[in-house]
Design a protein around this ligand. Structure first.
Ligand SMILES: *[C@@H]1O[C@H](CO)[C@@H](O)[C@H](O)[C@H]1NC(C)=O
Ligand SMILES: *[C@@H]1O[C@H](CO)[C@@H](O)[C@H](O)[C@H]1NC(C)=O
Ligand SMILES: *[C@@H]1O[C@H](CO)[C@@H](O)[C@H](O)[C@H]1NC(C)=O
Ligand SMILES: *[C@@H]1O[C@H](CO)[C@@H](O)[C@H](O)[C@H]1NC(C)=O
Length: 263
């Protein structure tokens, strides 16, 4: 590592960095960590210096006066990081991380940059400082959200399998008599979340009581906070016993017609 590069690690000017969340779905090929260096004039690549590191100070990417310093890169990130060279003179020091996994979940990445002052009195035209701080959130969508109802035991059970992070589960019911919809009070819901120690994925299991004759339908809603999406499943109650299905009325009418035609 060159002496100047080491200096840059040590003499950071404290400053308010841009703080951002980047939320991605697992299986996405790249996660872009966006960052722009704001300078008044275009930057000559020979004057530009920047690096990205994680919260454990492992270096992802290092750029020094026109050269990519791959020897500084921690093996966690070797072969996984690409920058955007065509945008660098305009201050685009974003990088992208290949094949993000749950191992990368929650990592906090920092970009530190400086611009040397070629020929001027001062050493830097942009003092070394942290300019971006990005927290990466990796999500795994839940699969097979489903409601099962045991009408004899008057319970409904909702299950959702293998997602990340832990989802927020809510029950919405539709009143049988006035059709209004509302959420069940969380105190009347019993939800268990189990996290696999192997792959960190959560599975949820939730039970509510559904007294007979009160609800037209029950829906289970699963919200993934990282993806900001909600999946749901709805079970319609009272299909058989309490009200005759539509086809039976039609069948009765047809039989009446048939009987009167035969007479
Ligand atoms: C519908 O009925 C339920 C239960 O009887 C009641 O709590 C709710 O306030 C009613 N909603 C409306 C809009 O009338
Ligand atoms: C959900 O919980 C119930 C009771 O706690 C249990 O019997 C059932 O096997 C669980 N189902 C799943 C899919 O975990
Ligand atoms: C990104 O994920 C975090 C963590 O789950 C969440 O707090 C935040 O609201 C998410 N941002 C967006 C825009 O959905
Ligand atoms: C989540 O999405 C809703 C719209 O579906 C939006 O109103 C809300 O602001 C979003 N939340 C975040 C944290 O981005």
């Amino acid at each position: 590592m060159s002496a100047e590069f080491v200096t840059c690690f040590l003499l950071l000017v404290p400053s308010a960095a841009v703080v951002l969340d980047v939320n991605i779905t697992i299986g996405q090929q790249w996660a872009t960590l966006p960052c722009t260096l704001m300078t008044e004039t275009p930057t000559r690549l020979e004057d530009l210096l920047f690096y990205w590191q994680d919260e454990g100070r492992n270096v992802l990417y290092s750029y020094y006066k026109g050269n990519v310093m791959s020897e500084h890169v921690n093996r966690l990130y070797r072969g996984r990081i690409t920058a955007f060279p065509q945008g660098m003179t305009a201050g685009d020091i974003s990088v992208k991380l290949k094949n993000p996994t749950l191992e990368d979940e929650g990592r906090v990445f920092q970009a530190v940059a400086a611009v040397y002052n070629s020929g001027g009195m001062r050493r830097y035209s942009f003092e070394p400082r942290e300019i971006c701080q990005i927290t990466l959130h990796v999500a795994v969508p839940y699969n097979s959200v489903s409601v099962a109802v045991n009408e004899e035991a008057t319970t409904a059970v909702c299950t959702a399998q293998r997602g990340f992070p832990e989802a927020l589960l809510r029950w919405r019911v539709q009143d049988l008599h006035n059709n209004s919809q509302y959420f069940i009070d969380p105190r009347d819901v019993k939800t268990t979340a189990v996290q696999s120690s192997q792959d960190r994925l959560y599975s949820l299991n939730s039970t509510i009581n559904i007294p007979g004759g009160r609800y037209r339908s029950v829906s289970c809603l699963i919200h993934n906070p990282t993806l900001n999406v909600t999946d749901s499943d709805t079970y319609v109650l009272n299909k058989g016993e309490r009200s005759l299905p539509d086809w039976s009325a039609g069948l009765t009418a047809a039989l009446v017609l048939l009987v009167s035609a035969l007479q």
